[in-house]
Design a binder for this molecule. Sequence first.
Ligand SMILES: Nc1nc2c(c(=O)[nH]1)N[C@H]1C(S)=C(S)[C@@H](COP(=O)(O)O)O[C@H]1N2
Ligand SMILES: [Mo]
Length: 363
Amino acid sequence: MPWGKRDDMVVHEVSPYNAEPSQSGLATSDITPIDTFYSRNHGAVPDIAIEDWRLEVDGLVESPLSLTFDELTSQFERSTVVATLQCAGNRRAGFNEIRHIEGEDPWGSCATSTAEWQGARLADVLLAAGVRRDNGAHVAFLAPDVSELASPPQPYGSSIPLPKALSCEVLLAWRMNGEPLPELHGGPVRVVVPGFIGARSVKWITTITVQIAPSDNYFQSTAYRLLPADADPETAAQGAGLSLSSIALNSDILVPDDGAVIPAGPLTIRGYALAGDDLGVARVDVSLDDGVTWRQACLQPQRSPWAWQLWSLGVEVPRGELRITARAWDSTGALQPESAAALWNPKGYVNNSWARVTLNVCG
Ligand SMILES: Nc1nc2c(c(=O)[nH]1)N[C@H]1C(S)=C(S)[C@@H](COP(=O)(O)O)O[C@H]1N2
Ligand SMILES: [Mo]
């Protein structure tokens, strides 16, 4: 397998490489091993030698910086954060069953993974540059990988609001699960924005600009926007729809697989649940009778406020067709929306509807 990934990755595109782990692979541990972690790319992976890498920090700052890798890694305090990345296109396949989405990868449940990231706090680097705390400012990220999804082609970029950029969980990371950050995942250095959609965690970061407006990069201003169901993404105006930032409350069933044939008797149902920025998962309910009755899954302890929680529930299953439904509640008492049809949007983002699998239980 390319990029040292497991053999059972579901590869949506070879080039640029877009792949998610198998459901059972992802369910194995709450920190996802590097060889299992999903990867989402919009252009060719750049090959950047550590000696050549520079980070420019400019815009609304008193003293712009140009840092080498040695300077970044030696001059700033190291911070470690366990954080889940989730692509906004996670679970798009569920939307395709309602109305097919052209030109976007049909991600299943596993464009979501969790790692222990280590690096410098973005806030410390911004403070070292003398960031001006202008109300409503944004911090824009730019990388060298060029994507042909934009016309004309553009390097990948995005932005986050300044208050989020100054939060202690946002990192410029150069280590992942205790190893040097792999090239595929943004090495030498990437941004990790816990609690926000994966698209904001810019890999191969080379330029950080503090500015009054959000980034006008294609991946901030045009892609990763939630359009109304009747909009045409080809003709929608730049800035139409809403810009996605905080991830949505979500959960899914990882084991057993949809469509599996399993023996009657004891079954352990397993999955993950993840709440939005600054929120926690309060409860995961599982139903074996299409939502007439529910029981509560057992949630694994949370590794950090920015990490998903794996959950499990042991049940006894009789012969016949078995339909399993799961849904998560967050710490504000909000519940995942029931139907994917109600959430369908033309780019297929944020399918956080109730999880459902159908199985055949044999004797
Ligand atoms: N430079 C750059 N950064 C990027 C991307 C990209 O294509 N180029 N993809 C983004 C998206 S949409 C996601 S979901 C995450 C995926 O990170 P991973 O490949 O480490 O899983 O990276 C984000 N950062
Ligand atoms: Mo993504």
